[in-house]
Write a protein that binds this ligand. Structure first.
Ligand SMILES: [Ca+2]
Ligand SMILES: [Ca+2]
Length: 218
């Protein structure tokens, strides 16, 4: 099956975007994973994808947790293609998968209607605004050291636009090159794509401990 993606190389031409692809932190806690958006490409993540052959496409991106961490937020970069019309209320789903020999394995956490916020970054790609999306899990996940996958998608329903996840530069420490995509949901078959996606993850463990005293009588 062919992966539906967008190519914008001609849009930017020789324009330098180096200054925009910085390493600013947009999640709370210790930044442990950072794949900054690179304004090169984006792939659809939408259950109502009129641009996709089957009408559905989802993506799973892999990440390494270097030491036990509490994950409560994912930051991604996305856009609403091609009329630049965001949903009044985004319908984000987040699935965290175990790693199964280099492939997305069992789902260890799933949440629909994830609490989210979005902010226009000022970058325009594919002719639409680049949005930074913060996704906050209802139940923060304590993940032990290891490799995981996160599958994130929206559902634009009757909205004319399709949501894409912008690609990013591989995290050289905790990233794993490549990703997986599927053209049905729930996923039956994962397919390989060489792309990596713009994603930031923080360990909020310290904040969590400071906010809730688990051990009042040390
Ligand atoms: Ca759509
Ligand atoms: Ca990857």
């Amino acid at each position: 099956m062919k992966l539906k993606k967008l190519i914008i190389a001609s849009v930017f031409g020789s324009m330098s975007l180096t200054a925009m692809a910085g390493t600013s932190q947009f999640c709370s806690g210790d930044l442990i994973f950072d794949q900054p958006p690179n304004q090169v490409n984006g792939n659809f993540i939408d259950l109502s994808c009129s641009s996709c052959g089957t009408g559905v496409q989802v993506i799973a991106e892999n990440f390494i947790i270097p030491s036990d961490a509490l994950i409560e937020e994912f930051v991604i970069y996305a856009g609403y293609y091609d009329t630049n019309t965001p949903l009044a209320t985004d319908l984000w789903t987040v699935n965290i998968h175990e790693d199964n020999g280099g492939e997305p394995g069992n789902i260890i956490y799933t949440e629909d209607l994830v609490s989210s916020s979005r902010e226009v970054t000022g970058v325009v790609l594919f002719g639409v605004d680049e949005y930074r999306i913060n996704l906050s899990l209802q139940t923060p996940q304590a993940l032990t050291m290891g490799t995981y996958w996160v599958e994130i998608h929206n559902d634009t329903g009757a909205n004319a636009d399709d949501v894409f996840w912008e690609q990013g530069d591989l995290d050289q420490m905790n990233g794993v090159d490549g990703s997986r995509f599927a053209t049905e949901y729930p996923v039956a078959t994962w397919n390989t794509d060489p792309g990596n996606f713009a994603l930031q993850i923080c360990d909020s463990d310290l904040i969590f401990k400071n906010g809730f005293d688990f051990n009042p009588t040390p």
